[in-house]
Design a protein around this ligand. Structure first.
Ligand SMILES: Cc1ncc(COP(=O)(O)O)c(C=O)c1O
Length: 424
């Protein structure tokens, strides 16, 4: 597989290089040189999830990675069930992995790929988290040979359960509570990537969401969603994606480019609605980011948007065909109550936004699918308050709740972090 840098087409890399490197020159995103349609998608849809996913990824990635099928089996060790919610809609539940969010698919596949292409050389994954990415990355890379993981997070600014989920693992996962805000953690990571000597010395790599391996893994669950639909409901499918950095919807659009029959995609956001406004007015006008109930989508300059535009350009699609909608917090709470009252289905805020925006975009005869990106229990406090229920804590959270936090602590001081990384 060849990829080019969207900002500088002369920078061409292999899949392995794109996975190792993450971003191209001038922070440009890598984009596939070719996205050929799959042969006989209908037959593919009859295969089990892991076997089908391996075929899709082999088709896109090519022969670069010898044991791709094994890697996919290890990465996708849990399913993505599709549940009927009302008469015309289905929830695609992407939260049955170890950290109860869709990030487990991409994080685990990326970890497997990096392990396979590392040539036995030591890699250090350094990442900053405001809560959820850290957990997915930590669990995905846990105990993988030749890979050290260092995760920075703002001390006291993530929930107790979030901290327990990834700071109690030990082994090759080191977590550092920084005495500062999330932005300072992110700045420390950027400093590390600007330090060529450090980069070489510890084989520095990042696991953030712009990595192409994470996106390609996510493509597979769109096929899985359609595969679980009754055959007579596959002709007019509308998919609603709760969007922040726009990685997930990019993956869906790539699935369509590969031949998956989707009538329409719908972008669903909270008040951070740069893209819905852009699609309505043609003006790119990001506002200051505001905090919302669906905090993982509090992004006003979505990293992956250039990939969406590139895909529409190379496929000759019209952006007018991309539907969009947004919900305020008040509307999100109302949507959570509405779907619960009408169908008994419990949605956390991100999924509820996708559900409501989907309802607003369904036409007669359509089948709707909305992505549920996180388990409701991850947002237990708000879900319990809004719906007046008491959600049980899933095993993945309950089993770590009483373990000791193993984190180191540090000021937001790059010299200190550098020493910490080199001394390992
Ligand atoms: C629970 C949840 N839903 C939705 C999103 C948005 O996904 P994307 O950033 O790929 O648009 C995220 C991203 O962090 C998330 O954690």
């Amino acid at each position: 597989m060849q990829l080019y840098n969207i900002k500088d087409h002369s920078e061409q890399v292999s899949y392995s290089q794109a996975v190792k490197q993450g971003l191209g020159r001038e922070q440009g995103l890598f984009f596939p040189e070719e996205l050929k349609e799959l042969d006989n998608v209908e037959a593919l849809l009859d295969l089990p999830f892991v076997e089908r996913s391996a075929k899709i990824l082999r088709h896109v990635i090519g022969d670069e990675i010898a044991n791709l099928e094994d890697l996919v089996a290890k990465a996708f060790a849990f399913g993505a069930p599709l549940k009927a919610v009302g008469d015309t809609s289905y929830a695609l539940e992407l939260f049955h992995g170890p950290t109860l969010a869709f990030k487990d698919f991409g994080g685990r596949f990326m970890a497997q790929c990096l392990g396979a292409i590392s040539d036995g050389k030591k890699i250090t994954i350094l990442t900053a988290t405001s809560g959820d990415t850290g957990a997915a990355v930590a669990h995905a890379f846990y105990k993988l040979p030749n890979i050290d993981v260092v995760i920075l997070y703002p001390k006291g600014k993530i929930s107790n359960l979030q901290e327990k989920l990834f700071c109690t693992l030990g082994d090759n996962i080191r977590t550092v509570a920084i005495h500062a805000a999330f932005d300072d953690c992110q700045a420390l990571v950027k400093n590390a990537f600007d330090d060529e000597e450090l980069k070489k010395a510890i084989g520095l790599n990042s696991a953030n969401s712009i990595n192409i391996s994470r996106l390609l893994a996510q493509v597979c669950y769109y096929f899985e969603a359609v595969a679980q639909l009754p055959k007579d409901k596959r002709n007019s499918v509308v998919v609603s994606v709760p969007s922040g950095n726009f990685g997930d919807i990019t993956a869906g659009l790539i699935a369509k480019a590969l031949g998956l029959k989707i009538k329409k995609f719908v972008v669903a956001t909270n008040d951070n609605d740069t893209v819905p406004r852009y699609l309505a007015t043609g003006k790119w006008d990001p506002h200051a980011t505001v905090a919302t109930l669906s905090n993982a989508m509090d992004v006003s300059k979505p990293n992956n948007w250039p990939r969406v535009e590139e895909l529409f350009k190379v496929k000759g699609w019209d952006l007018k065909d991309l539907a969009a909608g947004k919900l305020s917090d008040e509307q999100t709470e109302a949507a959570m109550r509405e779907v619960y009252a009408n169908t008994g289905y419990v949605c956390e805020p991100h999924g509820a936004i996708a559900w409501k925006v989907l309802q607003n975009n369904l036409e007669e005869g359509d089948t709707g699918i909305f992505l549920c990106t996180a388990a409701p229990a991850k947002f237990k406090e708000n879900v319990d308050r809004i719906l007046g229920i008491d959600l049980p804590l899933p095993q993945a959270l309950a089993s770590r709740a009483n373990l000791k936090v193993l984190s180191d602590e540090m000021d937001a001081d790059f010299a200190e972090l550098r020493k910490y990384l080199l001394n390992k």
